[in-house]
Design a protein around this ligand. Structure first.
Ligand SMILES: [Zn+2]
Length: 212
C-alpha cells in the first residue's frame, strides 16, 4: 500500500465532507465519499460517522474483490458502498465518487417528467459537467430509492451498461445525488455544479417554472 497517497486522499475526502456538511448536504452521518487508488481499491467513509468531524480513522478500504479492510476497530463500510462499487466498475476513469443528501436534490426529484429521467434547464453551468452545446437539452438519470441499496446499485449498473449517461451524475429519488470524476477535486466540483443546478430549479419552480 502506498500509505502516503492514501492518507492524502482521505484528507481530501475529509475536507470535502466538512464543506458539504457546512452547506447542509451531509447533515449528521448522511452521504458518503470515496476515492479510488491505483490498485483498484477505494477508501470510503465508514458507516455512521458524523460528516462534519471525520478523521483519517473514519474510513475503510474496499478491495476489487469486495473484501473490506478496516484499519481501525469498529468500522463498517457505508451502507451505500455498493453504489460506489457499481460506479467504479462502470467507469474505469472514475477515481472519486461523492454522494450527498441535500434538500434541493430531493425536491427536484419531484419535478421529473418520467420515472427515470430529470430534465435539466439549459444553464451555462452544464459546461462544467461536459455538455458543450448551445441551449442544451440535457437529462440526469433518475433511480427509485430502495431500502436495499444493492437493488439501486444493480439498477444503475444495468442501465448505464446499456445506456451510458452523458453527464457524470445520477439522482436517487427523495434521497440524493451521486457524482464521479477523475479525481477528488473533480468530484467536488461536480457536486457543487449539480447542487447549483438543483438550487436554480427549485428557485425557478417557486417563480412558476413547471419542469414536469
Ligand atoms: Zn445516500
Amino acid at each position: 500500500m502506498d500509505s502516503q497517497t492514501t492518507v492524502d486522499e482521505r484528507k481530501k475526502l475529509i475536507t470535502a465532507a466538512r464543506l458539504f456538511y457546512q452547506r447542509g448536504w451531509m447533515v449528521g452521518t448522511a452521504g458518503n465519499l470515496s476515492a479510488r487508488q491505483a490498485d483498484g481499491s477505494f477508501w470510503i467513509t465508514a458507516s455512521g460517522k458524523a460528516k462534519g468531524e471525520l478523521t483519517t480513522r473514519d474510513f475503510v478500504r474496499v478491495h476489487g474483490d469486495g473484501k473490506v479492510e478496516a484499519p481501525y476497530p469498529n468500522l463498517k463500510p457505508s451502507a451505500e458502498t455498493s453504489i460506489h462499487q457499481a460506479i467504479y466498475s462502470l467507469f474505469p476513469e472514475a477515481m472519486a465518487c461523492y454522494h450527498v443528501h441535500s434538500i434541493e436534490a430531493n425536491l427536484v426529484s419531484m419535478f421529473a417528467k418520467s420515472e427515470d429521467t430529470l430534465h435539466l434547464p439549459p444553464l451555462e453551468m452544464l459546461k462544467g459537467l461536459g455538455i458543450w452545446q448551445e441551449n442544451p437539452c440535457c437529462q440526469m438519470a433518475l433511480f427509485n430509492n430502495h431500502l436495499d441499496v444493492t437493488k439501486i446499485a444493480s439498477k444503475i449498473e444495468v442501465r448505464f451498461r446499456n445506456h451510458p449517461p452523458k453527464i457524470p451524475a445520477l439522482l436517487i429519488r427523495n434521497h440524493g445525488v451521486t457524482v464521479w470524476g477523475a479525481s477528488p477535486e473533480t468530484a467536488l466540483n461536480y457536486i457543487e455544479l449539480a447542487e447549483y443546478i438543483f438550487r436554480y430549479m427549485v428557485a425557478a419552480h417557486q417563480m412558476g417554472e413547471n419542469f414536469r
